[in-house]
Write a new protein. Sequence first.
Length: 389
Amino acid sequence: MRYVDYHNADRPFFTDDHLIFRETLQKFLEKDAVPNYEKWEEEQSIPRSFWRKMGEYGFLCSYVEEKYGGINGDFGFSIVLHEELARVGAGLFGIGTHCNVIVPYIHKIASEQQKSEYLPKCVSGEIITAIAMTEPGAGSDLASIKTTAVRDGDDYIINGQKTFISNGIYADLIIVACKTDTEVRPGHKGISLFFVESATEGFSRGRKLKKIGIHSQDTAEMYFDNVRVPAKNMLGEEGKGFYYLMEKLQQERLLCSVGAQVAAEDMLKLTIDYVKEREVFGKPVSKFQNTQFKIAEMATQIQIGRQYLDNLIIKHIQEQDIVTEVSMGKWWITDMAKRVASECIQLHGGYGYMEEYKIARRYRDIPVFSIFAGTNEIMKVIIAKNLGL
Ligand SMILES: Cc1cc2nc3c(=O)[nH]c(=O)nc-3n(C[C@H](O)[C@H](O)[C@H](O)COP(=O)(O)OP(=O)(O)OC[C@H]3O[C@@H](n4cnc5c(N)ncnc54)[C@H](O)[C@@H]3O)c2cc1C
């Protein structure tokens, strides 16, 4: 069945190389992540040694050129990484975010000097990255951020606060969205991006935020108190930050959908296994028509999601502008995964509510997919705008 066999060979963007990469990665994760995942969830962190090991094995940022330590792989490798991390658990998404969301900014926009300095260490897992856009007063409305970067000779001085930053506790390198011009209208034209290294004076992290799910993923506040960075730490051109973010969000939203789709597929598989095994009133739960109809409905929706998503992946690889379609996919697939979580936990009965059952964790983890990378309401705003409304 396709909806549970998401890594099958008939997906047109995968070659034998991707399948080998997937098999190696699966073996690695089965050995090094799966047995430790429960502990990481409890400790609310993934050890740095795991990042380094992934780097040593060549799993991180595979699209990076060989001269910077990568394998010059295509987007198919990024999909494999995202799917396999998501298969283990959503708590690993910070690693996928580092590889497939944040480092691509460096890879595509950074100067040669910045690339030589940072890319090899991003690939090896020595550097953990974060991207800091959201502030306590500005999430969906990114153009209204208050963090400023003011020019002072050869430097910029950054002041402000960020929140909800993934990899926030362990990040060594943060791409920070700042206002370099607070007067320009519309406000988004005043946003620029900067590299801030975590050791820089004036930078500090706030609390590791307690979340209802994705516990092993560290999410944090960040403070910038007169953080002085050399002007060469600007990423790309001044005033272009918003455009870079918007451009890269297409890939981030696509990958967010990949995570939700894999979670939905996993939840259905867990539930099919469970209802076949669990007996009530003298027969397996799977023999009740209600169960069969629920499973049939979920399987249908998951299959639709998979077909749509794979089609988007193809178009993204072809570098088509698919902002509207990605926005459609992001809200639909993440909402679908939430519905699946709700139905699947119900079919598990009381056991589904117990932490030792994987469905319980999936149920806690999934709601955030409709919030981060742009909320699902913002996706509908984009779709409506692009429909000329
Ligand atoms: C676990 C987690 C990890 C995150 N990681 C990062 C990260 O690494 N880096 C980063 O910068 N940010 C990160 N975020 C922040 C995330 O991107 C924001 O939470 C998200 O963009 C929403 O912003 P907000 O929380 O301020 O909600 P708000 O913008 O305050 O929205 C509140 C509600 O209003 C709705 N709304 C807003 N505008 C409209 C509108 N125009 N029309 C209709 N409804 C609207 C929203 O959809 C939402 O339902 C993370 C968040 C979480 C929870």
